[in-house]
Unconditional design. Structure first.
Lengths: 308, 534, 278
């Protein structure tokens, strides 16, 4: 197991390298620079700015400079938040995004799996239909509609929860609406996936055999059926993470949450090369890491996948 | 059973979410302001947006401040004199001024701060605001290597002298701008770019920086060392960077904000009726207009076509039906507010009715070589903002109805639009807007001089340039205004641009917020605000 | 399983049939919208800015914030959204299934490399991808769905690979291999046909995804250009002001919701009908 881990870990390095290079090139090749502010900038001042940020150097030496800085854990200065370094910004925003994302993911998994299993066990009965309908709501209502609705109902009208913001970062009340808004579409997907795979699993011969052998229903469900049913959900975790990262861009925007999703949009639209590259490289690491975990989980859960 | 586990797991999630909670200590007077966007920097030399400016107005204080009508009032300076030729300004600082850390604030600090802005090493994108100072342009361009040759000197700790290379009647008002605010040398040198972070920042304004969480909030606390601290009635100011006006309105309604930055355009009309005294407005020193690319067909050398398009924009309709309280129809580039000496100019056909304008525009359109069989197809470039889109859709429809022009709208995100406008390669007609930096007509007219970096239409008229240059040398206020007015008339008659409207800043403020009065140039000072018990 | 019996099972499923009917109706509305609407999509009615529905005047859904007929615009939006959804999901289907099946079946080093490529594409911020494409290719409807298709096939490839990994251990694959079938034949004849279940379910995740992604792009000003529109654009505009002009959100929202529901029901029906284990 350890050797597989190490192998995957070192395998991830070229991946990251490619991510860094592609991101770097993409940023530099897109028109519009970080200093197009819509204000008078004389050519001399523009030149001074370019020099201060080393943007006047050839592309390749900029690239080498960037790689060198990265190796020292320095993501460079931010163009749009000039008083902070990119490293500072990521260090600030990541815990917020992580907390938001993990909470949403946990909520999606627990509620989604629960609903899906419940639906499968009560197949075609009214309670199953209720689950299906609920799952539909999460899919058909886009998060940029759901988030303002939640705000209007719970924040503006009922005054139960704050309408936005993140408070001082420690207040639970600020986190409920964003987590729910971020989790809803994932709850729906997981409920649907686990419902259909559970139904499929329940029809497998080995389940029937288990029942025939007189094993208790609970044991059959949780030892055998659940294990088979959870596989598609596990392989959905990768996409779900990507979905949560994309979704957090919207949710962080709508609720004004200081996570890196919000930096990302701002930085992208403002051509903040270093901040964008920093966030992407950072996300890249997270995704590579997460996929590694999913692969391992898959191997552990599905005995049919040979352990290479 | 799964339910039990689900409950357990939810418990874990909730525990994860709540890492303790805290609330504000009671008894503090807190002002919570919407501020639209995250400030790019709190360093006066390196910021360039209104959003940063609003925070800097509270953190720092320059030699002068502007009153609600844009008139300069004493700030850090208690008085000043101007030489007869208008080239030398002497300021006397208030006695006993100090930084927030208690150290004395002297004329040397201003000299250091001014030199720092023009120093190429600082790379301030706003350094041009110093160009009336002796040697400023040469220092920024690197022709003079020594920033200490800038036209500013500390005669003694309380006397600052500024030497100009040309008379600048608006200099006093300009000095209220953030670029002329003092920063503390020791801290800049010690912390570098991080000198504005909480704990590092020493300032001289009514407030000091307590917390800055990017994309979340900036918290300022009252500065007990401020010279006028006795008259500051607020303990804390919190700025929230909330981008969407709709979301900001929700937060305001939920009682989480005291003053908003803006009002969603679509709800302005109903809020004006329902929000009563909470609904407030401020006519800004701003112009929105459409620019024509004068360097490429179809608009190069085709003033008739440009004028036809400009005339068929029904500005009254735009203002009355679409933008409502948020705008005033515009027929000139210099807004009617902000510069008291200047008489705002209007296009010659402004006195016609809209029907007459359309009739005349049809003739011009035909003379320009277009008609029903040969309609103009044109691209209109705009930003992605909601309001920009609404205006562009309406204008495209007006052109279609009046002239049969086929307009395709091209929305581009802001940076891309700015880049395209500057390059003048792909643009045809484009949306543009300008907010005055100081209350003087030149802040608008200078844009259109030949070769100016912001001359997006590519307007090049030697007569216009000559008038602007002549005005720059003229000391007599009336004569100077007259020259500038002639220049604007020329620009308008050439139809290099189609003015559309002047923006009215709309915002909400809770009834208990008193004395909050932004001015046309957009300066806002929290220090004057009082909050009634509520 | 024969296709015949599958179809019969599908026809007997009322929800699936309801979904099919709704989709058919919406498709007809989308196609014949210009004939049904009383007004053009880009005509501005200055006296009816943000007006509620008025049947007598032909504004069945009211008007938008610019005074344009929302009925005409919703139907125009239907054309764009359905086109984007279908085209993008077809792209994702073709690329994703082929890619995922090959990676999962071949396994080993090839699988590792192929999945690494997917990882890389995943972690690229597609906002940039889109900005680059719109700059170099030019902004158009096809740019939008190619971009979306190029992004969302990754999910499909992941799911298909996962399923293939477990499928290839099954007896009938072993049997085919024992009979000397080529890899190509096994993938085409045995693996892909047995993937329909999960593939259809993920198709149904992909279509709403594509439609919603399009609206995200339109939000950034990179989507459909005015005066053309899509449901995403209309809903985004409607959500701005849902308290005061709810019809701007309600009508396009209902169309989107109905369409997505219909796709879902139809998909579930198909899944049940094609389930080879029954």
């Amino acid at each position: 197991m350890l050797s597989i881990l190490l192998k995957r870990f070192f395998g991830a390095i070229p991946t990251l390298f490619v991510i860094i290079t592609l991101t770097f090139l993409m940023m530099r090749l897109t028109p519009g620079g970080p200093f197009d502010t819509g204000r008078v900038v004389s050519p001399e001042v523009q030149a001074n700015l370019m020099r201060a940020y080393h943007l006047d150097e050839p592309l390749f030496s900029q690239y080498l400079r960037y790689l060198g800085d990265l190796a020292r854990g320095d993501f460079g200065p931010s163009f749009t938040s000039k008083d902070f370094s990119v490293t500072q910004l990521i260090r600030q925003g990541f815990p917020v995004s992580l907390q938001l994302g993990l909470s949403a993911m946990a909520m999606a998994l627990v509620v989604g799996l629960g609903l899906g299993t419940f639906g499968a066990l009560h197949r075609n009965r009214p309670s199953d239909h209720a689950v299906i309908v609920f799952a539909m709501v999460g899919i058909i209502v886009p998060s940029f509609v759901m988030a303002p609705i939640l705000t209007l109902v719970f924040g503006v009208t009922l005054h139960w929860l704050p309408a936005g913001g993140w408070g001082d970062g420690h207040q639970l009340s600020y986190k409920i609406l964003p987590v729910v808004a971020l989790a809803l579409p994932r709850i729906s997907s997981i409920a649907r996936l686990s419902r259909s795979s559970m139904i499929e699993a329940l029809e497998q011969p080995f389940i029937r055999t288990a029942y025939a052998k007189g094993l208790p229903r609970r044991l059959v469900l949780f030892r055998h059926a659940m294990r088979a049913a959870i596989l598609p959900v596990v392989s959905y975790l990768g996409p779900a993470t990507a979905g949560i990262i994309t979704g957090s861009i919207v949710v962080e925007q709508v609720f004004s949450i200081p996570g890196i999703g919000r930096y990302f949009v701002d930085a992208a639209l403002n051509r903040d090369y270093t901040l964008v590259a920093g966030v992407v490289v950072f996300y890249g690491c997270i995704i590579v890491l997460f996929n590694l975990i999913v692969d391992i989980l898959y191997g552990v859960l599905d005995p049919r996948v040979s352990r290479r | 059973m799964p339910m039990k586990r689900a409950v357990l797991a939810m418990g874990v999630i909730l525990a994860f979410l709540s890492v303790g909670s805290s609330s504000y200590a009671g008894g503090e007077v807190v002002l919570r302001r919407g501020n639209a966007a995250e400030p790019e920097s709190l360093d006066p030399a390196r910021s360039d947006t209104v959003n940063a400016g609003r925070i800097q107005d509270d953190l720092f204080e320059g030699l002068v401040v502007l009153d609600p009508e844009d008139r300069p009032l004493p700030g850090a300076a208690e008085s000043w004199t101007v030489s007869a030729d208008g080239l030398t300004y002497s300021f006397t600082l208030r006695a006993g001024l100090s930084w927030s850390d208690g150290s004395p604030l002297t004329a040397e600090d201003f000299v250091y701060s001014f030199r720092r802005v023009v120093d190429p090493a600082t790379a301030s994108s706003y350094a041009y605001i110093f160009f009336a100072f002796q040697n400023a342009e040469e220092i920024v361009q690197g022709k003079i290597k020594d920033p200490s040759r800038l036209g500013v000197e500390a005669v003694d700790p309380r006397t600052l002298r500024i030497h100009l290379k040309r008379p600048t009647p608006y200099l006093l008002a300009e000095l209220a701008h953030a670029k002329f605010m003092p920063v503390k040398k020791a801290n800049v040198e010690k912390f570098g770019a991080a000198f504005t972070q909480p704990g590092n920042l020493v300032s001289n304004g009514a407030f000091i920086l307590e917390e800055w969480t990017p994309q979340a909030r900036v918290v300022l606390a009252k500065n007990p060392k401020y010279w006028d601290a006795a008259n500051v009635h607020i303990d804390k100011v919190i700025f929230y960077p909330i981008t969407s006006p709709n979301e900001e309105l929700n937060r305001y309604r939920a009682g989480e904000l005291d003053i908003t930055y803006a009002v969603p355009n679509a709800q302005a009309e109903s809020l004006r009726k329902t929000a009563g005294e909470e609904f407030r407005s401020n006519v800004q020193f701003e112009s929105s207009y459409l620019g024509f690319n004068l360097t490429k067909p179809p608009f190069a050398g085709n003033p008739k076509l440009r004028q036809a398009l400009s005339m068929t924009i029904d500005r009254e309709m735009l203002a009355e039906k679409l933008l409502k309280v948020g705008s005033i129809p515009a027929y000139g580039i210099v807004p009617p507010v902000g510069d008291p000496a200047y008489k705002a100019q209007r296009v010659s056909w402004a006195s016609l009715s809209q029907a007459e304008r359309v009739a005349k525009a049809k003739i011009l359109y035909a003379e320009a070589g277009y008609g029903p069989d040969h309609p103009l197809s044109v691209e209109l470039r705009l930003t992605t903002s909601e309001d920009a889109r609404k205006v562009a859709i309406a204008i495209a429809s007006m052109w279609q109805t009046a002239l049969g022009v086929k307009t395709s709208l091209v929305t581009e995100e802001f940076k891309m639009l700015v880049a395209h406008r500057h390059e003048k390669q792909v643009t045809q007609v484009f949306a543009d807007a300008w907010v005055g930096d100081y209350p003087d007509a030149t802040t608008f007219l200078d844009l259109f001089t030949t070769g100016s970096g912001e001359n997006d239409p590519g307007y090049a008229n030697p007569k216009f340039d000559a008038l602007i240059a002549e005005a720059g040398k003229t000391l007599d206020t009336a004569r100077r205004a007259e020259l500038l007015q002639q220049a604007e008339t020329l620009l308008l008659e050439d139809a290099a641009i189609a003015p559309t409207f002047n923006h009215v800043e709309l915002f909400l403020a809770k009834p208990y917020v008193k004395n909050y009065r932004p001015n046309p140039c957009g300066y806002t000072y929290s220090k004057a605000v009082t909050i009634l018990p509520h | 399983m024969t296709a015949d019996s599958g179809w019969r099972r599908l026809l007997r499923n009322p929800m699936a049939m309801a979904g099919l009917t709704v989709l058919g109706l919406i498709l007809l509305l989308a196609l014949f919208g210009p004939f049904l609407a009383a007004h053009e999509i880009d005509e501005v009615f200055w006296d009816r800015i943000g007006a509620p529905p008025d049947f007598a005047a032909g504004f069945y859904f009211g008007t938008d914030a610019n005074g344009r007929d929302l009925f005409a615009r919703t139907l125009a939006g239907a054309r764009v959204s359905l086109l984007v959804g279908t085209a993008a999901s077809l792209i994702s289907l073709v690329i994703g299934v082929t890619y995922g099946a090959i990676a999962g079946y071949l396994g080993g080093r090839i699988d590792a490399v192929m999945m690494r490529i997917v990882d890389i594409l995943y972690s690229l911020p597609f906002v940039f991808f889109v900005i680059l494409l719109t700059v170099y290719v030019g902004r158009s409807l096809s740019t939008i769905f190619i971009t979306i298709g190029a992004v969302i096939w990754l999910d499909m490839a992941r799911i298909v690979r996962g399923q293939t990994l477990s499928l290839k251990q099954r007896e009938f694959i072993e049997a085919a291999r024992a009979f000397g079938a080529t890899d190509r034949r096994i993938i085409l004849r045995h693996i892909i046909p047995n993937l329909w279940g999960p593939v259809i379910i993920s198709m149904l995740l992909v279509i709403p995804d594509a439609i919603l992604t399009e609206s995200f792009l339109s939000f950034l000003g990179l989507g459909v250009q005015e005066p053309n529109t899509s449901w995403g654009v209309l809903i985004g505009d409607g959500a701005q002001n849902m308290m005061e002009t709810p019809w701007m959100l309600l009508f396009p929202g209902a169309f989107l919701a109905l369409t997505l529901l219909a796709f879902n029901f139809l998909g579930d029906g198909l899944r049940d009908a094609m389930d080879p284990k029954e």
